[in-house]
Write a protein that binds this ligand. Structure first.
Ligand SMILES: [Ca+2]
Ligand SMILES: [Ca+2]
Length: 278
């Protein structure tokens, strides 16, 4: 009995597939690649087995044998170190044609040292180029900048077209640290809600990955006395906001509410506010 329980637990354990964490997607414009694969989005994630996966979505369902993908990784986010490429100081470069393997190179001064020990697997299916490699290829950094490039050659070493994602500096940025938000105490405009007037509550939001809080999910609740309001939530420019109209005849009552903010896979952060209506 004990044995069968142990086996059952083992079987359940084997069913657990390492999950992908911290998936971030980045966009690139369509129609900027010439005949090369047109990258429109790039997704990066990592898993608890220590692997990083990069997936570039393109407009080409099958890949020409003369097409290549390049990944440029600025692992120290320092343009003064590594190779000056794509507005980055690329310290690690990945090259692949999507047929399974590829090369990982470490930039060392003017040399690129090929990392023959690095486990790199790549694929191209349904328009998506994927590269998976061990996180330790990037050293011990907990965040990095990167860019991806597709290129189509003519078989004789001449480039027929390419697509840079992103189009220019400073590259995309990825963090291995789980995303968390800091939401400051809400402030009001005007400072005091007025009966019959518009009223906005906003809270400054910062991300722990040094990226601007440009988008997110915001939920607002508000009530003036016992009257439920219909606040309109918005996010961007480093703040979350709840805009509402205070009903008439509410002078002296209290306007209470909450603002709840999350971004990507962060946990939601809730702040309460309370103001006396004038
Ligand atoms: Ca593109
Ligand atoms: Ca660098």
């Amino acid at each position: 009995m004990r044995t069968s329980t142990a086996l059952a637990v083992l079987a359940l354990g084997l069913l657990v597939v390492p999950g992908a964490f911290g998936t971030r997607t980045y966009s690139d414009p369509a129609g900027d690649s010439g005949p090369a694969p047109d990258i429109t989005s790039v997704a990066v994630s990592h898993d608890d087995a220590g692997f990083v996966t990069l997936a570039a979505t393109t407009n080409q369902p099958t890949l020409s044998p003369d097409a290549l993908f390049w990944g440029y990784f600025d692992t120290d986010r320092n343009t003064a170190t590594g190779m000056q490429m794509k507005g980055l100081g690329a310290d690690v470069i990945v090259i692949s044609d999507g047929s399974g393997g590829g090369l990982i190179g470490h930039v060392n001064g003017i040399w690129i040292e090929i990392d023959f020990n690095a486990a790199l697997t790549t694929s191209f299916a349904n328009g998506v180029f994927s590269a998976k490699f061990n996180r330790n290829v990037l050293g011990t950094t907990d965040r990095f900048r990167f860019a991806v490039q597709s290129e189509l050659g003519n078989g004789d070493g001449d480039s027929l077209g390419s697509d840079d994602a992103p189009d220019g500096p400073p590259g995309y940025e990825y963090s291995f640290v789980p995303l968390s938000l800091t939401v400051s105490a809400p402030v009001a405009t005007p400072k005091t809600p007025v009966s019959g007037k518009r009223f906005v509550v906003s809270a400054a939001v910062t991300r722990n990955d040094e990226q601007p809080f440009a988008a997110g999910s915001v939920t607002c609740t508000a009530r003036a006395g016992k009257v439920a309001l219909k606040p309109v939530a918005s996010a961007g420019s480093g703040a979350a906001r709840c805009a509402m109209k205070v009903p008439k005849g509410m002078s002296g009552k209290t306007l209470r509410g909450t603002i709840t903010v999350s971004a990507e896979d962060s946990s939601p952060v809730k702040r309460a506010f309370s103001f006396r209506i004038r």
